[in-house]
Write a protein that binds this ligand. Structure first.
Ligand SMILES: Cc1cc2nc3c(=O)[nH]c(=O)nc-3n(C[C@H](O)[C@H](O)[C@H](O)COP(=O)(O)O)c2cc1C
Ligand SMILES: CCCCC(=O)C(=O)O
Length: 353
């Protein structure tokens, strides 16, 4: 379907195509993580330590991959994680990603560090959530929330794993600090027209989440929850969902792999909120395992950027189609008709890789 240089059978192929096309500095920005990249590797490795116990003879000839999530109907339990700077991957940037998400029937979480204005991304017409790094300037933060509401975003995803910026040594080696000329974080424009830097606010705390809760009626998800005690606090603060995430290994290197953290969060939340997970999802079987262990849905970050770099809208669509087909086949082979039928007994944890 797509000119992928004869590759493109799986997400690793798409990543190879992206590596060949991208400026190596930008490849490293997208691919890299913090410190020794232990957590980056651990996210994918965790999936290799979980194996599926398939059921047989269950007549699962028709699979239904759809789910409902915070008032949205999705064609599959896979969303697009918020990632910065899509125009480094493709000239159309986030608008191309939004087209692919809409075609695939899923939600794109738009990064606060998007390189296209939110209104242009929203004009595509697909369902969007908006990712927010709350800024210490509360006036600016509330104006941005109003802007997300006005653009029709259906939820706020508040990133809470970034009190300071992770130390990404690939970027330090390349001295990659600024976007190339012409590319800007378009959603950081203040009323005077100036584009502000995104602040990582080490002062962000639970009262500020309470403030956001009062500010908007949009569903609020906290992204970057790894400790069960924080999942309980999230419930107590009236948020609507949590995302088990370590920012794709880009913030605290040494943080637990998300799949390993998931059962503790699921137990703490105890069905009161949807629990989403991101980090290392590369196969339909990874989606199956995460959902069997209690995730309501998953998000993918880097593979979407690889698709975008390789083929714009068609490239992202290809990535989403690969995941969808792979999940459908995995469910069939495991004797499961849909996400709602997945349960923990279908997964065994094994030692090693
Ligand atoms: C290049 C890049 C940029 C990212 N930018 C953001 C961002 O702006 N906001 C945010 O909350 N998370 C950001 N993330 C983290 C992703 O939302 C997500 O947690 C992570 O990529 C998931 O892991 P995966 O890439 O293995 O799928 C970024 C990740 C990458 C790789
Ligand atoms: C200021 C941009 C932040 C992007 C981000 O969150 C990431 O690169 O992981």
């Amino acid at each position: 379907m797509l000119a992928l240089d004869g590759t493109g059978l799986n997400l690793a192929d798409v990543a190879d195509g992206a590596r060949r096309r991208l400026d190596p500095v930008h490849w490293d920005f997208f691919a890299g993580g913090a410190g020794d990249e232990r957590t980056l590797r651990a996210n994918e490795e965790a999936f290799t330590r979980h194996r599926i116990l398939p059921r047989i003879l269950r007549g699962a000839q028709v699979r239904d991959l759809r789910i409902s999530l915070l008032g949205c109907r999705l064609a599959m339990p896979v969303l697009i994680a918020p990632t910065a700077f899509h125009r480094l991957a493709h000239p159309e940037g986030e608008v191309a990603t939004a087209h692919a998400a809409a075609e695939a029937g899923t939600i794109m979480v738009v990064s606060m560090a998007a390189t296209r204005p939110l209104e242009e991304i929203a004009a595509v017409g697909g369902p969007l959530w908006f990712q927010l790094y709350p800024q210490s300037d509360l006036g600016f933060t509330s104006a941005l929330v109003r802007r997300a509401e006005a653009a029709g975003c259906r939820a706020l995803v508040v990133t809470v794993d970034s009190p300071v910026f992770g130390r990404r040594e690939r970027d330090l080696r390349h001295r990659f600090v600024d976007l190339p000329p012409g590319l800007l974080c378009e959603n950081m424009r203040d009323p005077s027209g100036r584009v502000r830097d995104i602040e990582m606010d080490a002062g962000l705390d639970w009262p500020r989440i309470g403030w956001l809760r009062e500010l908007t009626t949009l569903p609020i998800l906290l992204k970057g929850v790894l400790h069960p005690a924080d999942a309980r606090l999230a419930v107590a603060h009236g948020v609507d969902g949590v995302v088990v995430s370590n920012h794709g290994g880009r913030q605290l290197d040494g943080a637990v792999a998300t799949l390993d953290a998931l059962p503790g969060i699921v137990a703490a939340v105890d069905g009161r909120l949807p629990v989403l997970l991101d980090g290392g999802i590369r196969r339909g079987t990874d989606v199956l395992v995460a959902l069997a262990l209690g995730a309501t849905a998953v998000l993918v970050g880097r593979p979407v950027l690889w698709g975008l770099a390789v083929g714009g809208v068609a490239g992202v669509r290809h990535v989403l189609d690969l995941l969808r087909d792979d999940l459908d086949r995995a469910l069939a082979l495991a004797g499961v008709a849909g996400p709602g039928e997945l349960s923990g007994d279908l997964v065994a944890k094994v030692a090693g890789g």
